[in-house]
Design a protein around this ligand. Structure first.
Ligand code: GLA
Length: 726
């Protein structure tokens, strides 16, 4: 695999409106793709091409000749469009200079290519305004084997006074095809990740969030764009993207007059004009994307494998199975009750007990969601012997102990609010407005950053065996305003930078400890946050039928080991169906184990040990979505371990219509043709008999003919099949 590490000057003839004598080509290549940029003789950096790479790099220079752009200015395809000069479509960057002027025209200066490792190359292109002392560096970091690119921009100026960034996107892509199908998501609490696919028409379609904290409650910052025709699981060209940012984001898809797609992704500039001091770098978040010509499944597997290797905290490590007490006790618990739950954690066979909300606050105890948030001392009359007693009891029971916090938030009824009203995000002249009776702390304030860091640090310092943290975030930001910040336009952006500073400090001191990113449902997951978190909470909706769809959609973007799924009493399905569904991701429970019938407990214990047996495939293997729940009676998904010797197939009935189930076999994927595999139904209820034609088959047979998991109503509503090399 070669990567262009040089500037290639090439002579070429007139290409439509361009009369060029010499040009510089910058090709950002991965194993399969090339993103090709061109410097025009006027030093304009244009985007030429993004697609399958060519065998002969010198041919990149010939690409420009093949396109005929209609442009009134000759600048139809800027690589990073700027406002106020000759680009008259949606800009990636818009600024107000120190003297009030609002124009920017960036010219190519030079570029460097740095080999970061055998698999990672960073191309940095320096641009400078021709009039103002204003510099921009475009960065393209490519993960060669995974065909993934992270793109971001560094903005810096040396003007005499502050400059205001009115828009400051991370990346500007330029795609050229016969049509663009955008698949994006929307939702609400307990209804996360509802997909919608539409053909983009001319004009701008924007995905965005203005919610501040749990930014993607309504619209997560992930999407797919199919080129030429809608991609399927195994066919078609498709681009996946995600802004690595846990706050307000904006992704514009503009089909321009040339029928090309200008994609601009970055921090949302809504109410966020950012004041930038001279000689200070503004580093945008990264926009990560992958382009595949082999359909959604291939793109998804590459993104997942990149994420495990390079992004997610401990992405290649193991995960802990757990028992959570939220739905079994809510706020109503005490030491004896928890001691009992700790024992049942061991009985169930999971690794950890997770103590949820309700353990803190004394003047205003957290006995409900109206008080106590912010006062992170143990409630003495509820837990007189503190967290230390609980970690000790957990150790005696032979399980680990984890705890819930919601450190960015405060109830007005709390000592924290009384002591530090200026730490709270609110408009001083307007009434407070609450979501779940709480307000957000102002993380732009370094004192608040210290406080939030201190909550975590204090817990670990006092309880060194603490093994897990569930970090919740239940409110959006209303009345955005900081009591201390100099420029309110910086607030939304600096909130997220403040959050990341805290998380950096936590990870510097506690690099491995598992942290779950929770937000009253899947309102907060992106690759900016997953750098610090080992997993996330998909949704408060744990009804397993709903969950099949929610988990299915998240699985396109995030690997199974990050998707925390708990077996709860939501839904009326039997324990087997609920557990089988949770096993598709990171398994946990939130039930009263003592209330399980003996056969249910036996089943659940068996499920935990089976899960551990197949966790290598589920956590670190390749995922294949075999049958889509939106289009079939039965959803089917499988994971194949990295050696292609052990796989597990999950099948779920998602329709209750007459005779719903599997009639034909489902073809497996990801196995080796010539290997022989033994097929067996697993994870059955005690006494349940398998109805599937087990036995030994070649990989070729399984991937050509397939197997029928015999899914149907009653006790065949969920079926798990193990596939093991003979
Ligand atoms: C949120 C979470 C729940 C639980 C509660 C506690 O709603 O999503 O899992 O932790 O907070 O208040």
């Amino acid at each position: 695999m070669t990567i262009i590490k040089r500037i290639v000057p090439v002579i070429f003839l007139a290409a439509n409106i361009f009369i060029a004598k010499a040009q510089t080509i910058v090709a950002v290549e991965s194993q399969k793709n090339a993103l090709v940029l061109q410097v025009t003789p006027k030093k304009q950096l244009n985007a030429l091409y993004f697609g399958t790479k060519l065998a002969n790099q010198s041919e990149y220079a010939a690409i420009a000749k093949q396109y005929r752009y209609i442009s009134h200015t000759g600048e139809a395809n800027m690589a990073y469009s700027t406002a106020g000069s000759i680009d008259i479509l949606e800009p990636a960057l818009a600024v107000t200079h120190a003297d009030g002027n609002r124009s920017l025209a960036l010219k190519y200066v030079d570029h460097t290519t740095t080999k970061i490792s055998d698999n990672i190359t960073l191309v940095s292109i320096n641009l400078r305004d021709s009039v103002y002392n204003f510099d921009v560096t475009l960065n393209y970091q490519t993960y060669i084997k995974e065909n993934v690119t992270e793109q971001w921009t560094v903005i810096k100026h040396h003007e005499k006074k502050d400059v205001v960034l009115n828009k400051y996107a991370s990346a500007n892509l330029y795609l050229q095809s016969d049509g663009y199908w955008l698949n994006h998501y929307h939702g609400e609490w307990a209804q996360e990740m509802k997909p919608e696919e539409e053909k983009l028409s001319h004009g701008i379609k924007t995905l965005d969030s203005k919610l501040g904290t749990r930014a993607d409650l309504f619209q997560p910052p992930v999407f797919m764009v199919s080129l030429n025709k809608p991609a399927t699981e195994d066919e078609g060209e498709v681009l996946y993207g995600n802004l690595e940012w846990s706050g307000n984001y904006k992704i514009d898809f503009e089909v321009d007059p040339n029928n090309n797609l200008r994609l601009i992704a970055g921090i949302n500039n809504h109410a966020a004009d950012y004041t930038l001091k001279p000689n200070t770098e503004f580093v945008t978040p990264k926009f990560v994307y992958i382009l595949s010509d082999k359909g959604k499944g291939d793109a998804s597997r590459s993104l997942q494998s990149w994420a495990r290797k390079y992004k997610i905290a401990d992405g290649e490590g193991p995960r802990l199975t757990l028992l959570n007490n939220w739905e079994s006790t809510f706020f109503d618990f005490n030491e004896p009750k928890l001691a009992e739950l700790l024992k049942t954690t061991k009985t169930l066979g999971v690794d950890l007990f997770l103590l949820d909300d309700g353990w803190f606050g004394n003047k205003y105890p957290r006995n409900g969601d109206k008080s106590g948030l912010g006062d992170w001392e143990v409630t003495k009359n509820k837990l007189p012997n503190g967290i230390a007693y609980l970690t000790k009891t957990a150790a005696e029971a032979g399980v680990k102990f984890g705890i819930w916090i919601e450190p960015e938030m405060v109830n007005p009824k709390s000592e924290l609010y009384e002591k530090h009203p200026d730490w709270v995000v609110k408009q001083p002249q307007r009434p407070e407005y609450y979501m779940r009776n709480q307000l957000v702390l102002d993380l732009t304030n370094p004192k608040v950053q210290d406080f939030v860091y201190g909550i975590v640090d204090d817990l670990f310092t006092k309880n060194p065996t603490l093994a897990y943290i569930k970090w919740d975030c239940n409110s959006v930001i209303f009345n955005a305003n900081s009591a201390t910040i100099a420029h309110q336009g910086n607030f939304y952006t600096d909130y997220v930078f403040g959050l990341y500073k805290v998380l950096e400090r936590i990870r510097a001191k506690y690099p491995k400890v598992p942290l779950m990113l929770c937000s009253g449902g899947g309102g907060r997951v992106d690759y900016g946050a997953l750098k610090y978190f080992t997993e996330f909470w998909d949704s408060d909706n744990t009804d397993p039928l709903e969950r099949v769809f929610i988990q299915w959609e998240y699985s396109y973007f995030y690997p199974a080991l990050t998707s925390s799924n708990h077996v709860t009493d939501w839904g009326k399905q039997p324990i087997k169906f609920r557990t089988d569904v949770a096993m598709m991701g990171k398994l946990g429970f939130d039930i009263v184990v003592a209330k399980l019938k003996p056969e249910e407990l036996t089943y659940a214990q068996g499920a935990v040990s089976l899960y551990k047996e197949y966790s290598e495939a589920i956590w670190h293997g390749d995922q294949y979505r075999l049958q889509d729940p939106w289009k079939n009676d039965v959803a089917s998904v499988m994971y194949v371990d990295p050696n292609q010797s052990k796989a597990i197939m999950f099948n779920y009935l998602v329709s209750n219509r007459y005779r719903s189930g599997t009639i034909r076999p489902i073809t497996l994927k990801g196995l080796l043709d010539d290997k022989m595999y033994t097929i067996k139904e697993v994870n059955m209820m005690p006494g349940q008999r398998s109805s599937i034609p087990g036995g030994t088959y070649s990989g070729k047979f399984l991937m050509t003919v397939g197997i029928n998991p015999a899914v149907g109503a009653g006790d065949r509503a969920s079926v798990i099949v193990s596939i093991e090399e003979k």
